[in-house]
Ligand binder design. Structure first.
Ligand code: PMP
Length: 398
């Protein structure tokens, strides 16, 4: 072991104490090591298990054409982009990808960021600052919460999907400055969908911008699988964020919108300006995934079918799956320790589904976040339901 400096020993004792506290509450996280590739099944500790918790919804992370595109970009452009996009890092593959993303989202432009976390930080803190007000759904993703805090704008949290309450808050507001409503499109831990038409009406009525984080909708929801706006046939979303890391099987993210928005982000978004550009292989992989989405719409269809089979089976077995309207299926357990026990029992039954606990979800709502992929077979879903039933009975959940 590397010795700790005497001067730091007291701090490390405090850190050990903090870790102990986290463990006592049943909240300690230790990532499971899986033997890849990511797919419908993976190996954990040498044993093959059904994988039901990735965001690789369409199974494109390991698709031959996606990997081939990444390999070619690696050979052509190298392993890294070399610098920030504004210094020397913009490659033609970035531009090509941005054109394809703007095309998918039916916007004038798009700008690729290093990750969804960075895209949210960049967009929110560029558009809103001190003196402005952000209206944010209570269950928005942590990267939006952090983006709001970093912006130093006034933050008004509204109850989850409660447009009535949001209306009252907007009506009462006398604040000057820019206003922006921000919401997940598909909520990452609950699988329900934002009431986008009502939010767009409120944005019109009260003169606010509307931003949607479509990390979990891009590639899997709406016409052309373009996302939540397309699902509602809506044009009223001003700022559309999406990730390349989920349905598109790669890494990175983007903001899509009018030319002026993209131009402003290039000039002001610190998480775009002061960080190295997306590696070319990741950009090429996402571009290949977009092509597959266009040519083979059966991928998302299979995802939705698997989700239906799984949800129906889980409900029939007596589990609560919350208000899920999509392929993100929260099996609500409540207590954090019981949730971990359930995940452990499930792994013994040959299914890997992660226990999600506070602070990722509100206190008392720990859950297994279950997600099938387009590559699972119907028989896998049936096997999974049986495994959930056995584990659920063992843990006293059903
Ligand atoms: N927004 C939402 C709704 C997410 O679920 C995530 C990732 N889990 C992100 C943003 C961040 O995306 P990334 O993983 O690309 O940083």
């Amino acid at each position: 072991m590397i010795p700790i400096r005497d001067a730091a020993a007291r701090e490390y004792a405090a850190i050990a104490h903090e870790l102990n506290d986290i463990e006592t509450q049943g909240l300690l996280r230790r990532p499971e090591t899986i033997e890849g590739p990511i797919g419908p099944r993976v190996r954990i500790n040498g044993k093959e298990v059904l994988l039901l918790c990735t965001n690789d919804y369409l199974g494109l992370a390991n698709h031959p054409a996606v990997k081939q595109a990444a390999r070619e970009a690696l050979e052509r452009d190298g392993a890294g982009a070399g610098a920030s996009r504004l210094v020397s890092g913009t490659l033609s593959i970035h531009k090509e990808l941005e054109r394809a993303l703007a095309n998918l989202k039916k916007t004038e432009s798009a700008l690729v960021f290093g990750s969804g976390y960075l895209a949210n930080i960049g967009a929110v803190s560029t558009l809103c600052g001190p003196g402005d007000t952000i209206y944010s759904d209570r269950l928005n993703h942590a990267s939006i919460i952090d983006a709001c805090r970093l912006s130093r704008a006034r933050i008004r949290i509204f109850p989850h999907r409660d447009t009535g309450q949001l209306r009252k808050t907007l009506k009462k507001s006398r604040a000057a400055g820019r206003k922006m409503i921000v919401t997940d499109g598909v909520f990452s831990m609950d699988g329900d969908i934002a009431p986008l038409p009502e939010l767009a009406d409120l944005a019109d009525e009260f003169g606010t911008l509307l931003m949607v984080d479509d990390a979990h909708a891009t590639g899997v929801l709406g016409k052309d699988w373009s996302g939540t706006s397309a699902y509602f046939s809506l044009n009223g979303v001003d700022v559309q964020m999406g990730t390349l890391s989920k349905a598109l099987g790669s890494y990175g993210a983007f903001i899509a919108g009018p030319n002026q928005l993209i131009e402003l982000l290039i000039n002001r978004a610190r998480s775009f300006i002061y960080t190295t550009a997306l590696p070319p292989a990741s950009a090429a992989a996402a571009l290949a995934a977009l092509k597959i989405l266009k040519d083979e719409p059966d991928f998302p269809r299979r995802l939705w079918q698997n989700a239906d089979t799984l949800k129906t089976g889980l409900r029939a077995s007596g589990f609560s799956v919350g208000s899920s309207e999509t392929f993100i299926i929260p099996l609500i357990v409540g207590d954090a320790r019981t949730c971990v026990a359930m995940a452990t029992a499930l792994l013994k039954e040959g299914v890997f589904a992660q226990a999600i606990r506070p602070p990722s979800v509100p206190e008392g709502s720990s859950r297994l976040r279950i997600v099938p992929s387009a590559l699972h077979e119907t028989a896998d879903m049936e096997l999974a339901v049986q495994a959930f039933e056995r584990a659920g009975k063992k843990c006293g959940i059903i």
